[in-house]
Design a protein around this ligand. Sequence first.
Ligand code: SF4
Length: 228
Amino acid sequence: MQHTKPSNCAMCPFQEPERLCKNETGRGPEGCATAEYPAACEAACREMASDGELMRFAAEASRQEAACYGPSPYDPEARQPLKPRIMEIIEFAQRMGYRKLGLAFCLGLRTEARALCEILESHGFEVVSVCCKVGRVDKSFLGLREEEKIFPGPEPMCNPITQAGILNEEKCEFNLMLGLCVGHDSMFLKHIEGYVTVVAVKDRLLGHAPLNALYSGYYRYLKKPEEK
Ligand code: SF4
């Protein structure tokens, strides 16, 4: 199908309740993903309907989504969020009946990985965890020169394909990603066989919360040209 423009929901000009994706009589701009890509949506629904396990995964994810809200003490019509993401992950894995979890983490977040592992084990999960430097393959393997390393000298590369390979070999039922670098996370996602959820992404500067850059005017230098 020919589209008037490629989808760009991020720049949708309508308020959320008026959007076509939320409201049957709502509106969408040129290139609206709901109006102009019905075949993609039909294909996705067909795929889910033909795969019982996928359908169950999707249904439990939506049940878990709803379970993350509770009644607001101030407004009977409103809902308030109840749970941190780690609790959401634990509850979703329990809904799915998973027992064995994989954890691919960045060595820079080893303290957080240990704390997470202890929490997961306290809920009865078996955890297989693999750090990013697994295998200790020097970055020279990638053709990097000494000056392209963080520090000159022996420096193991991040090894996301090995992380995925070990979690695949251990047949982890559900995999968690914690703080992998940009690009290394992409390689992990490309090579892991089972489902993955992200516990946290890496942001070395902003406490692993990259959205903080979008909440503060101090980061307007990120846009080109910089807004005054
Ligand atoms: S699907 Fe259409 S209405 Fe919904 S956000 Fe995207 S462009 Fe806007």
